[in-house]
Write a protein that binds this ligand. Sequence first.
Ligand SMILES: [Zn+2]
Length: 180
Amino acid sequence: MTSAFDPTSLRVKAFAQANASLEGSVPVKHFERLYADCVGEVSTPVQWAAQGATQKKAGASDEIWLHLHAQAQAPLICQRCLKPVLVELLVDRDFRFVPDEATAMAEDDEAEEDLLVLSSEFDLLALVEDELLMDLPLVPMHEACESEHVPTSGDLDTSGVAEKPNPFAVLAALKTKKGD
Ligand SMILES: [Zn+2]
């Protein structure tokens, strides 16, 4: 069954009124801003799902709601050991669409949900990317860095340091010899 709704130009109001849902799987490369933050290739695609809903409101037209779920894996650089760390991103949020920016501003403080301005063609995938970007950790880190038991070749590896002669010791030895 093909959906009547296009996630890149979603008719949000109709989507909500139909209690429709959409889901998809998109390669991370498609999300340029997210991809730019990743180091190396990302094999796991972004999985997302959206559910529309309306809610009756006394004396006003029905509220337009959208629930968004998305998950992704982003390879980032651990800020402790400077090696890649695969970070799980998870988005699970409710959005309510309001008629205009003024309403959004006025109601934003009280609303627990996120408010978005209703447009006739809404880019759902851009929202998915925005939300994933917001879920990126400011300081990505392994829960426990593995540098001690995963020796790799590279400048950042410190496991072999103890076996190398201390350069100052070598220097001291040279000096001693000279002084003889
Ligand atoms: Zn680490």
